[in-house]
Design a protein around this ligand. Sequence first.
Ligand code: C2E
Ligand code: MG
Ligand code: MG
Length: 282
Amino acid sequence: MSVHDTSGTPDRDPGETDLQASITHAIAHAIEHDQLVLHYQPILDLRTDSVHAYEALVRWNRPDVALVPPAEFIPVAETSDLICRVGAWVIDRAARQLADWNNDTGNRRLIVAVNISGRHINTPRIRDDVAAALQAHDIDPGQLVLEITETVHIDEHAMDHLNELRGLGVGLSLDDVGTGHNTIDQVSRLPLDSIKIDLTYIDPTTPALRETLQQLVDVAHSLGLAVCGECVERDDQLALLRSLGVEAAQGYLLGRPTTAQELDGRLSRQEPPAGEPPSGES
Ligand code: C2E
Ligand code: MG
Ligand code: MG
């Protein structure tokens, strides 16, 4: 698969490589031509054993190409302010989807979490993008959670922006805690409501890893933060989360990311999301 075709009219940044420029322009073209799509992955509330939230994950539906995963274009978008346009599109589309689900189900408590780059958080426009989406789609601010991954350094202005976002009433979560990008130090520094811990490398049968997880959970809880364990693929990982008093879980064991259309029927019938077969997402 190639994401390197040039589309649209180039508008060069000095220092940008030809390859980067062509990918950047192809992504800008994708936003303008409505080629981005969101898939939604269920998040299980372990206290009630019900799905209370979905994480919106972007994909690029390139014509004549298999669905492009975010790892193949988000890092390029993050090298320029293009990531803010991607983020604004994601926030608006997720808010619109929430409004549709609110209308269809009459349930205004469902939460959608979106991923926001540190680069977008560093700009004052993050507040405007969130406020515009909340107003345009008339959703409760508490229904929207911003997941922050610090692949781009969060600067000193970001703290003000995060506090403004909290003032709007949206939830803030730190993604990928413990993976190297987001350290335990960040957890105490940022104004957060929750953290997500990636369980990919957490094997419950290894005491040292279990210990690490326990420490992360304890620090979060001591700061009053809820914890979600993600990338849960096995029953023993889920059992470990429960034993540590973790509030939420997400992963292929509980349901794969899927389209909004696929979820519409389940939400209106109040069915729990079924785990899809490994090749289920495309
Ligand atoms: P993330 O936010 O940590 O999202 C979780 C990733 O893990 C998703 O990959 C999801 O499909 C995958 N995953 C979920 N459950 C399991 C599991 O049980 N096992 C395994 N192995 N993986 C699982 P995806 O959708 O490819 O997204 C990758 C990353 O791309 C995201 O990590 C996030 O950092 C970034 N991303 C996705 N959508 C957006 C977006 O709209 N904006 C930005 N800025 N970044 C995004
Ligand atoms: Mg995330
Ligand atoms: Mg994550």
